[in-house]
Design a protein around this ligand. Structure first.
Ligand code: IPM
Ligand code: MN
Length: 341
């Protein structure tokens, strides 16, 4: 039986995560859920972000279902670095999986783009690049201040995330993979990415490939997102590109993500891309669709392919059946989707 750690977190995180849990229970009865109270409330009470003892307990789960972390009462960066990024790094979640799909019943801000036309997955490298925190500051707060921020790229780290992206592309209908980087300027890291990409491509002859610079890709992501199937890129480019991908598919309402350790040596974290939304927290009006789609990614990761597909189809059907613009009650959406399963 799967053991899932639940970090519902702050704001609407608790509300939407309860629905995701409800849906997992509907398709996998008997799943063990253990709640961990982390996030802003925990930090404000204890002044700790992630005690080692709790992290050790989290490590003994198959996956982590996360809601949303953050509150204006906590200085920016504390929970991001201390919890979200710490889990990514310590649990070697090197595949940051971000599917973007224009679902029936949702609208793209792009004129003339119809549901079904955008269907892509960005595989963002999760544990290297500019996120490692390398670099330093000299002469702080003087006119001579110098700040460096270094991007770490290892052949091992780059090759494994590229291989994962190729494998995903191979399993999809269009079997197309785009590498996004900035090899014309970032020649050192870009060269490593390009060479690793070419080497791994030889293992996947069925997958067609393409290379784009990040600036061009950002433009195409808006002008013609239909062209993308699977995209692989580094940590920071992927951070930015996936916000654009979410925007063109109707915003963060349906955006799910997974920070994945594919080998399952450590638990992977699954969470909606949206935040804790303190402005609407506690009212029971947050849409749990993205959280439930994240639960579908979790099921897929644990090998429950049929259950994963049923859950994402149930979310799609629910969203398609709604009256556009009609307010939704969080628990009612969860009940409807769980009942449909
Ligand atoms: C994301 C977020 C995080 C990131 C922040 C909160 C650290 O923007 O998951 O995309 O930059 O990776
Ligand atoms: Mn981001």
């Amino acid at each position: 039986m799967a053991r899932i750690a639940v970090v519902a977190g702050d704001g609407i995180g608790t509300e939407v995560t309860a629905q995701a849990q409800k849906v997992i229970e509907a398709v996998l009865p008997g799943t063990e859920f253990n709640d961990y109270d982390l996030g802003a409330r925990f930090y404000n009470r204890t002044k700790e972000v992630l005690p080692q003892a709790i992290q050790d307990e989290l490590a003994r789960h198959d996956a982590i279902l996360l809601g949303a972390i953050g509150d204006p009462s906590v200085p920016p960066g504390v929970l991001e670095r201390g919890l979200l990024l710490k889990l990514r790094f310590d649990f070697d979640q090197y595949v940051n999986l971000r599917p973007s799909k224009l679902w029936p019943g949702t609208t793209s801000p792009l004129a003339g783009v119809k549901p079904g036309e955008i269907d892509m997955v960005v595989v963002r490298e999760g544990v290297e690049g500019l996120y490692v925190g390398a670099g330093g500051v000299l002469h702080k707060d003087t006119p001579a201040e110098i700040a460096t921020e270094e991007s770490l790229n290892t052949r091992f780290g780059v090759e494994r995330v590229i291989r994962d992206a190729f494998a995903r592309a191979q399993r999809r209908d269009r079997q197309h993979l785009t590498l996004v980087h900035k090899t014309n300027v970032l020649t050192k890291a870009g060269g490593l990415w390009a060479r690793a990409f070419a080497a791994v491509a030889a293992e996947f002859p069925e997958v067609t490939t393409e290379y784009q610079h990040i600036d061009a890709a950002s433009m195409f992501m808006v002008s013609n997102p239909q062209r993308y199937d699977v995209v692989v890129t580094d940590n920071l480019f992927g951070d930015i590109l996936t916000d654009i991908a979410a925007a063109v598919t109707g915003g963060i309402g349906m955006a799910a993500s997974g920070s994945v350790n594919p080998e399952r040596k450590y638990p992977s974290t699954f969470e909606p891309v949206h935040g804790s939304a303190p402005d609407i927290a506690g009212q029971g009006i947050a849409d749990p669709a993205a959280a439930i789609l994240s639960a579908s990614l979790l099921l897929e990761h644990l090998g429950h392919h049929d259950e994963a597909r049923r859950v994402s189809e149930a979310v799609a059907a629910d969203v398609a059946s709604r009256t556009p613009g009609a307010p939704q009650r969080t628990a009612e959406v969860g009940d409807r989707i769980a009942a449909a399963l």
